[in-house]
Design a protein around this ligand. Structure first.
Ligand SMILES: NC(=O)c1ccc[n+]([C@@H]2O[C@H](COP(=O)([O-])OP(=O)(O)OC[C@H]3O[C@@H](n4cnc5c(N)ncnc54)[C@H](OP(=O)(O)O)[C@@H]3O)[C@@H](O)[C@H]2O)c1
Length: 344
């Protein structure tokens, strides 16, 4: 395992994201939430993963509970991060919500407490007053933000009066906006970029194409997984596959290795199985060359998916058809119509 050391803490460069734990929108089911998720965390610890990320909003607290249960007795082995959902995050609310997360996780403190998204209405000074108190009380070890532009991250720093350690943002071979300002600033100022959706929600695994799309609301509602965009992604996925083949690795491992080659980057891929978490951890041992990195960047530059505004009619139509399908199913179960019902 590789580690990123900043602000007196040590995070495994490959972490584990736990949005999937208990979240209906991923569609992994109850057995996953009750059994597989626990096994995934245990195996993650065994293969050297120490960075675990959750949020109060994931499955409305269930993800925190599952992660807390899985880490029982092993809290000290983890760099534990959670997030406040910023509905009216004034100081007093921050304190109350942090205590809720701590309770659900079953711990006395977390290593990193992050604001999930900017709240443009509540002043940062008020939010950060809450974070400051949590730091003083030792309830949290570090403050972090998520989905913040650079100027806002710096403003949070100034409002807190100490370092806001990290910014958790979407960063992968499909979306490299973090490279422009956020990453250079993090590298120059002892901060961390926590890359979420490092596999572009599984797109970069190469398992999906226009004829084989994932299920679950997260991805059926995502423009990235529409057939047209999946087809456009083929050359990028092919480039990732080519590099992977040269190392006897998988496309997912290449996608993760490409990210953690960049100093001060930690990735937090989610996992639907124990095998995935094992493979993701092993990506820490994969050394890409500068040439391979450049080839991946070129393929990424050449990928221009169609944006939400262009594809929303298609998404809306699919959603409408899905709802109509469900209603038709419900109708036939509820009404004694047709030959089958008449016979039974
Ligand atoms: N701060 C924020 O706003 C924010 C937003 C999104 C996510 N996050 C965090 O970031 C974490 C990761 O992001 P994400 O879940 O959106 O996307 P991701 O990590 O890019 O994709 C996760 C999915 O990729 C597939 N996968 C994982 N490992 C694989 C492997 N080795 N081989 C093949 N497929 C593999 C799995 O889906 P299948 O097996 O079903 O294909 C898995 O559920 C989340 O759990 C959450 O903690 C934060």
């Amino acid at each position: 395992m590789k580690f990123v050391e900043v602000g007196g803490s040590r995070m495994s460069a490959i972490g584990l994201g736990t949005w999937q734990f208990g979240s209906r929108e991923w569609g992994y089911g109850n057995e996953y939430a009750e059994r597989d998720a626990i096994e995934i965390v245990h195996r993650a610890l065994e293969v050297g993963i120490t960075t675990f990320d959750t949020a109060e909003i994931y499955a409305f607290g269930r993800s925190e509970r599952i992660l807390g249960r899985a880490l029982e007795g092993r809290r000290d082995e983890a760099f534990l991060a959670t997030k406040i959902f910023p509905a009216f995050p004034i100081g007093a609310v921050v304190l109350q919500r942090a205590r809720g997360s701590i309770r659900r996780l079953g711990v006395s403190n977390v290593d990193l407490y992050q604001i999930h998204q900017p709240n443009p209405v509540v002043p940062l000074s008020s939010t950060m007053a809450g974070f400051g108190q949590l730091l003083d009380e030792g309830v949290i070890k570090h403050a972090g933000v998520s989905n913040y532009a650079l100027a806002r991250w710096q403003a949070a720093d100034a409002a807190l009066g100490r370092a806001v350690l990290s910014n958790q943002v979407r960063f992968n071979l499909v979306d490299r906006r973090a490279e422009k300002e956020l990453l250079p600033w993090a590298q120059a100022h002892e901060r961390v970029i926590i890359a979420y959706s490092p596999l572009a929600q599984g797109l970069l695994s190469g398992r999906y194409d226009a004829g084989h799309r994932p299920s679950g609301m997260v991805r059926t509602n995502s423009p990235a997984f529409l057939p047209e965009n999946l087809a456009l992604a083929e050359p990028l996925i092919e480039a990732v596959r080519k590099v992977a083949a040269g190392h006897g690795a998988t496309p997912s491992q290449v996608a993760l290795a490409w990210l953690i080659r960049r100093p001060h980057v930690v990735v937090i891929p989610g996992a639907s199985s124990v095998a995935q978490v094992e493979a993701n951890a092993a990506a820490a041992d994969l050394e890409l060359s500068d040439e391979e990195d450049a080839a991946l960047c070129r393929a990424s530059d050449d990928f221009h998916p169609r944006g939400v505004r262009e594809v929303w009619p298609q998404l809306a139509r699919e959603r409408f058809e899905g709802v109509a399908e469900r209603l038709r199913g419900r109708g036939s179960r509820g009404r004694p119509a047709g030959p089958q019902s008449a016979a039974s």
